[in-house]
Design a protein around this ligand. Sequence first.
Ligand SMILES: [Ca+2]
Ligand SMILES: [Ca+2]
Ligand SMILES: [Ca+2]
Length: 598
Amino acid sequence: MSDGKESKYAYKFLRFFKRTYRIKEAEPPSDIKEAFLKYSEGKNLMTSDQLLNFLINFQRESDAKIEDADKIISHILQTRHHIAKFTRSNTLTLDDFYHYLFDQHLNFPINPQVCQDMTAPLSHYFIYTGHNSYLTGNQLNSESSCVPIINALKNGVRVIELDIWPNSAEDDIKVYHGRTLTSPVKFIDCLKAIKEHAFVASEYPLVVTLEDHLTPELQAKAAEMITQTLKDVLFTSLECLEEFPSPEALKGKILLSTKPPKEYLYSKAFDEEKKDLCENEELHEEVIENKNEKQVIEDKNDIDSEDSEDSSGESEDTDSSEGKLCSLGVHKYKSLIAIHAKKHKGGLTKSLKLDPSKVERLSLSEQQLEKGSENHGTELVRFTQRNLLRIYPKGTRFNSSNYNPMIGWMHGAQMVAFNMQGYGKRLWAMQGLFRSNGGCGYVKKPDFLMTMDEGNKVFDPEEKLPVKTCLKVRVYMSDGWRLDFKPTHFDTYSPPDFYVKVHIVGVPADAKKFKTETLDNTWIPVWNQEFSFPLTVPELAILRLEVRDHDTGEKDDFGGQICLPVRDLRPGIRTVPLHDRDGKNFNSTRLLMRFEFV
Ligand SMILES: [Ca+2]
Ligand SMILES: [Ca+2]
Ligand SMILES: [Ca+2]
């Protein structure tokens, strides 16, 4: 990295001229020099005891052990000094020390382990949730495939959504985005992909939400496929759950979530008692509403009804005599549903009414939530203390874009469903939040969303909160670009002109944007600038970093990005790896930064 090396970069200039830019390796920032001097007690070499002292007191790694310091030193000596390790005892030079601090594999910015309590009910966590998980591209005519499902699972997503429909012969089940030109994929193939990859990134439970448009016959077939494919990893419960189990208790399990079918229609002979007037009325209403809904869709050619998980009008079209044959199958299908989805109708007050005898899942569109948050804020918070709330993108996001997740999170919504196949700052922020807690896909909700005061009052999202902590972020420098990019990648005739956007994505009171100055024509920019962020809800704050190359007369080029969960940031001097647009880690490109909570 350093050793006073100097290289040259030549750029062709106006065809005949060549302009040469020297690349001088940057010196360690003065903070690093000072820390070395202090902890090595003024010597040229730092021992492992001294390094340990630095880790504990400067980096605030309170549980660091002498073995950790020894390991760092021997790793650095092995990679940097092939001969010196035999001649020099276990100590670091200033340059070794700098090398260690600027190594993205040795000095990462967040805790890589699961570090939160995993024994609370599912409703206490934000869960990494995908929307239309089978789509490869846009919401209108892209292909459906198992590949995006597998990718999502590899990235730690814990809620997969499948829209299931009859095929044209009505003898098999396919997955696609209904009422659009998206091409289908077989349900059974999706189930197999899910089974195979469910726990590659996280051992905590996977929820599969089904948007069910099946006939009772095919629901029976679906039940068969599900039990055959998922077998013992499927979590089922005979009764409707009174409280959700914890992620810890559900490790290695898959839970199905959908609206239970109206099985009483087909099981008259088996279960006469279950049938009651009330339910009949509900069904009647539903038929009318479905008809209206279909009308609306035809009239407006609107696809926003995609998540009306009850929109299948099929059940009431089926003759009850032939229905009897599949009643057992439908019953079985119902018994596989661990998380019952609840229909949203008759206003939010009705949908958010609490039923102490059971817990359920409610789905709202981003617009329904936005509107609902205006005068149902505390009801939403109360509902999400025990029940699950899923928010989905509005249907007009044809290009698979995403929405502001903070509104959902501030109201306790566990499943803020995102289109995972694209990129953009919203998706990066979502990926950032779920880097927290070891990337296991479950992040504990802030305590204030889960508590009630003596007067039985819950948190009001409109309420102004006091500043809890202030995050100080220092951007020292960046390096590695020359190894990951061609000399002319950013500018044809000169090295890039980098600056860093330093944003906090968070609740409105916490959101803030800064950027460093632009440093012209250098592959190793040294900014050494500091920014302060007072935070009222650090649990939901995400540090968004993006490096761009400044250009005059055209749009600045994208360099690299990463979003980090503030509550998991490790204080001290840290190396922040940078990612491309799709979230793939560059091999060498990284930032050297410092984080402090004051
Ligand atoms: Ca450029
Ligand atoms: Ca330039
Ligand atoms: Ca430029």
